[in-house]
Design a protein around this ligand. Structure first.
Ligand code: PLP
Length: 452
């Protein structure tokens, strides 16, 4: 029964009811019943089925508390830590000094004095807020200059800023795909890519097909079968956010040209880190704009600030500006942030030692972790997850590390597939050799205790 289609009479109410199963594992079901007020009162008082409990919408909290309790029992409950002071490797978290191995600030720019200075100057020039969307009056000179600098850095014709990476991904699929089109995605892609395709399928009728992780044969078969699809878009993380491995980008690009598909890479974890000058995956593999026509990256990770961008041809960028709902219907990022990011780009390009240092730290960590017998993943990037398996052990290990003053997040489903909970260690150019030694010795203790 759909109560929303029927006007309620003045003497009747729409009574929401939760039917709770006697089996604890079954989720309660929510129904609504359009009954008269007298009927409602009688039903509630003389409940003939003793196993059924009724509760009105006022008891929203009861329902939610059950869900939350279930998350806790499955070790899937997430808790925020409160940090004081700047984001850096030595962090004040929940009132305690800890050594952090969990941020995405890979180059250590989030608290760089020159970038902080640029942000302050940006506020002096532009004030705090942007005031409106880019297409209204929110597109400042700082935004525009940053777009030009990003296009130049990535070797693309043009770039457009988005307020977040999540929104950039929504915006790309929404602007490019419609009914009869198909989006192909790696199963381990970031949630924002998956959500983008799901939203587009419900808003405009495009289709989503997912292929097993980095499985090019599987993808080739899917592409061959999709002859009726008018537009084909392959979307992949360039560096997989929870695994740290790379997508086979050259082969993806070749498949795209064989099947007249478009390639989009989300380089959130590669921009600033990969390539000689930090221009990301396209630079590392010399992928020209024709081979990688849709390049997206974020500015809140290695660049240490906030936001995201898409770079590509003039036609692509103009289409995103005209058609991306996540671009059109939202406030532009504060212009001072754009000004600060311009400084980040300069520092990323000039302070090449940061990428070199990261490489050394990655090598040191992997050698040490292998000696300890930890289950490392196939990653040569700053994301170095340790596979644990079950949620409870991963959570316990993360807590035990924190007790030793080392912060490493336990990543659990649905962020990663079931039974692959892990400790996501991330390295930062501001870490020192002795910090990695401290992490390894904390891991050794925790590993021993967790195995008992
Ligand atoms: C691969 C990937 N894409 C997109 C995003 C979203 O970016 P943002 O945090 O700017 O929304 C993230 C991280 O959060 C990510 O890891």
């Amino acid at each position: 029964m759909d109560g929303s289609q029927r006007p309620q009479s003045s003497n009747s109410i729409l009574l929401p009811i939760v039917f709770t199963s006697t089996y604890p594992s079954e989720a309660p079901s929510l129904y609504s019943l359009d009954i008269s007020l007298t009927q409602a009162a009688t039903t509630l008082e003389n409940n003939p089925l003793r196993k059924i409990r009724y509760t009105t919408m006022n008891h929203l909290d009861d329902i939610l508390k059950k869900d939350l309790h279930r998350l806790k029992k499955q070790s899937l409950y997430r808790q925020r830590k409160i940090t004081d002071g700047p984001q850096q490797v030595h962090l004040q978290s929940n009132g305690r000094k800890v050594l952090s191995f969990c941020s995405n600030d890979y180059l250590g720019l989030a608290n760089h004095p020159e970038i902080a200075k640029a942000l302050k100057q940006g506020i002096d020039t532009y004030g705090v807020g942007s005031g409106s969307a880019h297409l209204v009056s929110g597109h400042s000179r700082a935004h525009h200059e940053l777009e030009e600098a990003l296009a130049e850095y990535t070797g693309r014709n043009r770039a457009v800023l988005f307020s977040t990476g999540y929104m950039a991904n929504l915006g790309i699929v929404n602007a490019l795909m419609g009914k009869g089109d198909t989006v192909f995605q790696d199963k381990l892609n970031h949630a924002s890519l998956i959500d983008a395709a799901l939203l587009s399928s419900s808003l405009s009728g495009s289709q989503l097909k997912r292929y097993s992780h980095n499985d090019l044969n599987f993808l080739a078969k899917q592409l061959t079968k999709s002859t009726s699809s008018s537009r084909k878009l392959i979307m992949s993380d360039a560096v997989f956010s929870m695994d740290g491995d790379l997508a086979p980008v050259n082969q993806l690009s070749e498949l795209c040209s064989q099947h007249e598909a478009w390639l989009m890479l989300d380089d959130a974890h590669g921009f600033g880190v990969l390539g000689e000058t930090g221009a990301g995956i396209a630079e590392k593999y010399s992928l020209a704009q024709e081979q990688l026509p849709i390049y997206m990256a974020t500015l809140g990770k290695a660049m240490g600030v906030f936001g995201a961008f898409v770079a590509g041809s003039d036609a692509l960028i103009e289409t995103l500006i005209q058609k991306s709902r996540a671009y059109i219907y939202t406030t532009a990022m504060p212009p001072a942030l754009a000004q600060a990011t311009l400084m980040s780009l300069k520092i990323s390009q000039s302070e090449t030692w940061r990428r070199e240092k990261l490489k050394q730290l990655i090598k040191q960590f992997r050698i040490g972790a292998e000696q300890l017998g930890l289950s490392l993943m196939d990653s040569q990037t700053a994301i170095q997850p340790i596979l644990v398996g079950d949620n409870e052990t991963a959570l316990k290990m993360s807590q035990m590390l924190e007790e030793q003053g080392v912060l490493v997040t336990a990543i659990r489903p649905p962020t990663v597939p079931k039974n692959t909970a892990r400790l996501r260690v991330t390295l930062c150019a501001e870490h020192e050799e002795k910090d990695v030694e401290r992490l390894l010795s904390a891991l050794e203790k925790v590993h021993r205790l967790a195995m008992v």
